[in-house]
Design a protein around this ligand. Structure first.
Ligand SMILES: [Zn+2]
Length: 236
């Protein structure tokens, strides 16, 4: 695992590849940071090879996006891109990271996807969350059970799902877009330049979810468990 010194976080976003966290919930991350939460992203793989990327390019793009998001921490678990599997070994490594980073909230990719790495990542997060609380194990750190898992959408299918909730990201949309644009090798190079471009479509989706809650831009989230409210104050 390559990572900065582990630190205690409020929110940990687990992503199969560098760019999934930005795509699925870059706006939420920026909102969490504005609210004073300590937020980290753990990429499970390096995301390479891709048609127009390289390890060096991807690392540079990830560093630039990390800066825009203002993350408190970002790491890479070093699992195998394209052949990610929810193995016991991977579960051990991820549970160990949870026990070191101790997030209250976990964010995982949505569990239905065409990309097998994303499906594996969703399963892996659930399993590692359970292992993270175990006593009498050889896992590093003290037992820790993240309170909730919320799923973000970075899906390689044209799914139109009903989300559990939508977060208003109108104020941070431009920053989210800038973070995604850092990944030129993934979203710009070699892609059609005629409108609607990939980034145009992304904006249109954000505008649709924004419209659904009466805002300019929004991000949808799913949850297998029921979502509770502490008060009505933040309802939009
Ligand atoms: Zn991905």
């Amino acid at each position: 695992m390559t990572m900065d010194e582990p630190t205690v976080l409020d929110v940990l976003v687990v992503a199969p590849h560098p760019d999934d966290a930005e795509l699925g919930m870059g706006g939420a991350i920026l909102r969490f940071k504005a609210d004073g939460y300590r937020v980290g992203v753990l990429d499970l793989t390096d995301g390479e090879p891709t048609p127009h990327g390289s390890l060096e390019t991807r690392a540079r793009e990830t560093a630039a996006a990390t800066k825009i998001l203002g993350l408190d921490w970002r790491g890479n678990l070093g699992l195998a891109n394209r052949s990610l599997q929810p193995t016991l070994e991977a579960r051990h490594a991820l549970a160990g990271a949870f026990r070191q980073l101790r997030p209250r909230l976990l964010f995982a990719p949505y569990w239905v996807d065409a990309h097998p790495d994303h499906v594996a990542a969703a399963e892996l997060v659930e399993a590692a969350r359970f292992w993270s609380k175990l006593t009498k194990t050889d896992l590093p750190g003290a037992p820790h059970y993240p309170q909730r898992i919320v799923s973000y959408y970075c899906v390689h299918l044209r799914l139109v799902e009903k989300p559990a909730f939508v977060l208003d990201i109108s104020e941070v949309w431009e920053q989210k877009r800038a973070a995604i644009e850092c990944y030129q090798s993934q979203f710009v190079t070699g892609r059609p330049t005629q409108p609607p471009t990939f980034l145009d479509q992304l904006r249109d989706q954000a505008a649709f979810w924004g419209w659904s809650i009466g805002a300019a831009y929004g991000e949808p989230f799913a949850s297998r468990e029921v979502v509770g409210l502490a008060s009505l104050r933040d309802l939009v």
